[in-house]
Unconditional design. Sequence first.
Length: 86
Amino acid sequence: MIEVLRTNDPVRLDYAVVLLKQAGCYPFVADRFMSAAEGSIPAFERRVLVPNQYEDQARETLRQLDQPHDPGGKDDFQIGEGKDEP
């Protein structure tokens, strides 16, 4: 297993794991409970690991973390979408 990301930002961590799962990279989050063991100090970073053979794919996938968001993208949630409006 090789480390592809280290962060203490829970949103960034969860988004990275989702992206890696969608890419088929089999991510594993190490040190997930380290801050709880040390008195809930958020300074301890969690590490995202993937199997060695997925390193290049994972690093390419994680570049999406720093890309600007396109608010007009097709994946954005629209209020009332899919519902019949009177």
